[in-house]
Each structure stands twice: as structure tokens, then as C-alpha cells.
Write a protein of this length. Sequence first.
Length: 117
Amino acid sequence: MNPVLNQIGTVFIPVSNVEEARNWYCDILGLNAEGEILFGHLFIVPTTNGTGIVLDSKIYSKENIFKTPAFHFNAHNIEAAYNFLKGKNVELTTEIEHNHWFNFKDPYGNHLMVCRC
């Protein structure tokens, strides 16, 4: 029996300012941004299902940002998700591709993705 589970628990995202990142991520995900900053550099995004997200300012450097998406956010309606982020002036780096996904950047330069589920 393998003691390592075939599950991803949490993804750490490097950010230069954890408080600003908390506010930005919670805003685009429709979450309450009142959570505690742990140890002065960590914020656990209060996701409801699936893999967790931790914003971490201690690991931030230009070399550590995601240059390609390491994961994707789900969306039932990809057009609505695209237009929502566009309306929030998020930097979109692709159009909707194959009616299934698109990429964007966070304010710290991390490349992220939204996929239709």
C-alpha cells in the first residue's frame, strides 16, 4: 500500500504582497477577504471544493512566478468567466480557445487558466 496519496492538497502561488493578493484573489473568486494572514506571509484562500490555494509572499521572486499555468480554475460558462475577468480589468493573455479555456495573469505576473467544466 502506497503511503503517498494520489491527490493534490494545495498549490502555493508566489505573490509579492500577500494582503493585496488576498484581496485580488478573493475578489475574482467571489470570496470574503477577511481571513487571517499567517506568519506574516501566507493566506489560505477559502476554497470550497478540490485543491487548496495558498498565497505566499515568502517564496515570491520573478524567477518563481508561474510562467505557464500550473492549474486551472473551473467555470460552467467560459464566456461569462472571460467577460467577468475582462470587466475587472484582469490581464487576459489569450482569447477563449476551442470554446474551452483561456489564460490570464494575476497582478504579480503568474499565468493562470480558466477551463470550462
